[in-house]
Design a protein around this ligand. Structure first.
Ligand code: C2E
Ligand code: MG
Ligand code: MG
Length: 748
């Protein structure tokens, strides 16, 4: 302890000489000293100053000196040094005003605004006090004689205090600036996870630390710490993203986070910090950061401002992500919806699409009927079960989304996304409420490579076309998109509108084709066949427009109208004396499965007074294959009314013998194809013969359709087929022509 003063007289604290700090340029060292620069051409001033000030602590920090003996040398030192708190500056050096010039250099050239400058001069006349202070941004001005040791110390202490305050103010302004910038940057970030990751980086930036921490969110009002979920993490915590905080495996971190949420406050530890972000009513956030050391007051203040700023942002992001969720995800199955699927496909097409990548739309057959009969809740469960089966079967390899009520999209390699694999998933029934539900589906498929660089919307549109196409043909089928389908679809839509307006304008009519007793060649009845003469006079074949009417739902009204027309015609013929005459009417699948079909039939019979026993409904064999249980029930009810049922186009479908027996139909109609081949060399009459025998064995009536020549008629008769219909006997004719035909040609 070498000093001429005691702490008592001057209230100075002297330090042990050995602990005095040497100047060092590393910032880390500067943090714990005050750097004082002495610029004076008089060496004595240097030594007396250091002597007067050394071994002192100001604000718990020692001083550390830098020396320059001329203004020029000072410039050199200033060029490489920073963090200087005070400069004791001589005015007269190389020139009379060298010191004053240096002030300007320090402030303007070096941009050192925070350093406090104390001007010292031996000759006051050289620097007029007031002007010097005003013009040169000097913080103090003393004559050397004025500066006794005590005075010097007080002056330097005051300067250091003011330097510290200026630094603090500037630091906090910089901090606030950073916060504002951080918040604006964060607001531009979309998605909660990105935002949360941004929060961690920004905090690390504010504290000049390496990002090392995590951010968690409280999930939906749960107040156990298990409800805290990690949404962003940096440094050692990275692997914890998307896991509950219980996965952290460090009880200090877990407890601190839980505590911060529970107490709704920040927690500052010795080497860590937990921040609390007040979110909206249901969601709160907390962050944990490894800070390495305790934070100073300034940093805490800054973080508090930051936290309240960010809470608002987190809320917004949550809101936006929730909006995003409902805009892009199906709330029931939590799968991407149609809009998102379009995006997903678009993103795939923008990159390199693998060779066999396929998109399949999977439409559940008869889903709306299931929904209507068993309730929406049941329907929802069924959809969830289907989604779960897809996800279980395909895992990560196939993207599953729900693009419509009962339509799913599967995107992935063609080795998985193909009709055989997908349709096989429907082989086992789905179990809902302990009930086994057998489903089938129809597929529309598209190969993505054909669309490389194109739009997702185009792919989905084409897949829709392929799906419609598959549905038109047959349920539980599939179809790959091909470009000509699009034109077909456009044509079909045009036809659909035209058909509707033709129906309204009564441009549809029914023709009747007689059915003949082969033995007597006398007519026994007729089949009602629908005709459409378009505006330009061409006849559009029913094979073209019936599927459209079915698909558009028009078949319900159209079918009823045909039924009523045929019934009226039957009544008219009976009145004309054709008493045993029968009327066959084609009924399509959609009509037959319509819940009001039986009522409609009963009412038509009642209104027209047509005898039920003279009416026969024709259903196609392929239709007889679907949903046997319902079909058996409906047929039974129809027969209760007295109406009989025939299976049309027999031999083209796949009905099993056993099944045919259960259906209890009255008649089978041998398809024209087998009648035609009777006279051909290839297969001859074998199939026709088989069908006829089958009919006999089951006790069913048999009729052959499409008989065009006498040989066919003869063979059929010889095989035991009693009835026939075909161009040989009569073409379908207008209602008005029928009585005349029956009286003349038919009466042979
Ligand atoms: P379908 O019920 O098998 O009707 C028999 C079809 O064979 C009729 O064709 C008839 O004109 C045709 N045909 C009859 N004899 C001969 C022949 O000797 N040679 C040839 N080459 N053809 C013959 P059309 O009228 O074009 O009807 C086609 C199909 O459209 C019908 O087949 C039926 O499935 C459907 N259809 C017609 N009218 C209706 C209707 O009112 N409702 C429903 N749902 N479907 C109908
Ligand atoms: Mg028919
Ligand atoms: Mg037929």
């Amino acid at each position: 302890m070498g000093a001429s003063m005691t702490p008592a007289d001057d209230d100075l604290v002297f330090m042990d000489e050995n602990s005095s700090h040497d100047g060092g340029s590393a910032d880390a060292q500067h943090a714990h000293v005050w750097r004082v620069m002495i610029i004076d051409d008089d060496e004595d001033v240097h030594s007396s100053t250091t002597f007067a000030l050394s071994n002192l602590e100001i604000q718990h920090r020692p001083l550390n000196f830098l020396h320059a003996y001329s203004a020029a040398q000072a410039r050199e030192v200033l060029a490489r040094e920073s963090d200087i708190a005070v400069i004791l500056l001589d005015v007269v050096m190389e020139q009379d005003d060298a010191g004053l010039q240096l002030v300007r250099h320090i402030r303007e050239t070096c941009g050192m605004a925070e350093v406090r400058i104390i001007l010292r001069t031996g000759q006051p006349g050289y620097a007029p006090e007031i002007e010097a202070i005003r013009d040169y941004d000097i913080n103090d001005y003393k004559t050397k004689s004025e500066l006794t040791r005590i005075k010097l110390f007080t002056t330097v202490t005051a300067a250091i205090r003011s330097y510290e305050q200026i630094r603090a103010i500037n630091a906090s302004r910089r901090g606030l600036d950073l916060i504002v910038r951080a918040s604006t940057e964060l607001m531009a970030i979309h998605g909660l996870q990105n935002f949360a990751a941004g929060v961690i980086t920004q905090i690390a930036g504010l504290l000049s630390l390496k990002p090392e921490g995590l951010l968690c969110v409280q999930d939906d009002g749960s107040d156990t710490h298990d409800g805290l979920f990690i949404i962003a993490a940096a440094g050692n915590y990275t692997t914890l993203i998307n896991r509950p905080i219980s996965a952290i495996g460090n009880t200090k971190v877990i407890n601190t986070l839980s505590q911060a949420i529970k107490d709704r406050r920040n927690i500052y530890g010795a080497d860590y910090t937990a921040l609390y972000f007040a979110g909206s009513a249901t969601r709160e956030f907390a962050a944990f950061l490894n800070t390495g050391a305790a934070l100073n007051e300034m940093d805490k203040r800054l973080l508090e401002v930051f936290c309240s700023n960010i809470s608002v942002g987190l809320d917004n992001v949550m809101l936006v992500s929730r909006l995003h969720q409902s805009a892009f995800y199906d709330p029931l199955c939590k799968l991407p919806n149609r809009t998102r699927t379009v995006e997903i496909v678009g993103e795939m097409l923008a990159g390199k699409v693998k060779k066999d990548t396929t998109l399949a739309l999977v439409d559940i057959d008869h889903f709306s009927e299931i929904n209507d009969t068993l309730g929406h809740q049941f329907g929802d469960q069924l959809l969830l079960a289907v989604a779960a089966r897809f996800q279980k079967q395909f895992g990560e390899q196939v993207s599953v989304s729900r693009v419509g009520g009962d339509t799913f999209a599967l995107i992935g390699s063609g080795t998985l996304v193909n009709p055989a694999t997908i349709l096989s998933l429907f082989n086992t029934p789905f179990s809902i409420d302990g009930e086994a539900v057998q489903l089938s589906s129809t597929l529309g498929l598209v190969r993505l490579t054909d669309y490389q660089g194109g739009s997702g919307a185009a792919v989905i549109k084409d897949a829709d076309i392929a799906l419609k196409r598959a549905k038109l043909r047959q349920r539980a089928g599939h179809s790959y998109f091909s470009p000509n389908m699009e034109t077909e679809i456009r044509e079909r839509v045009r036809l659909m509108h035209a058909l509707r307006s033709a129906f309204e304008k009564k441009r549809l009519f029914v023709v009747y084709q007689p059915q003949i007793d082969l033995a007597t060649r006398r007519p026994v009845g007729a089949e009602a066949l629908l005709r459409w003469k378009s505006d330009d006079g061409t006849l559009i074949p029913p094979d073209c427009f019936i599927p459209i009417a079915e698909y558009s739902g028009l078949i319900i009204d159209l079918g009823e109208w045909v039924l009523r027309s045929a019934c009226q015609e039957l009544v008219r013929l009976r009145r004309l004396g054709f008493h045993d005459f029968m009327m066959s009417i084609n009924v399509s699948q959609a009509q037959f499965r319509h819940p009001r079909f039986l009522d409609m039939l009963e009412l038509a019979l009642e209104d027209t007074q047509a005898p039920a026993t003279a009416i026969e409904l024709e259903i196609t064999e392929s239709m007889a294959m679907e949903d046997p249980a319902t079909l058996i029930k409906t047929i039974a009810q129809i027969k209760k009314l007295g109406v009989s049922v025939a299976i049309d186009d027999f031999g083209t479908g796949f009905s099993s013998l056993n099944y045919l027996q259960q259906l209890h139909v009255d008649r089978i109609k041998i398809d024209r194809a087998f009648v035609t081949e009777i006279t051909s060399a290839k297969r001859g009459s074998s199939i026709a013969q088989m069908i006829i025998q089958l009919g006999h064995n089951l006790g069913l009536s048999v009729i052959a359709e499409g008989v065009e020549d006498d040989r066919q008629a003869e063979i059929l008769l010889s095989l035991g087929c009693p009835l026939a219909q075909g161009f040989l006997f009569a073409r379908p004719m207008m209602a008005d022509d029928l009585p005349k035909w029956l009286e003349t040609d038919g009466d042979r």
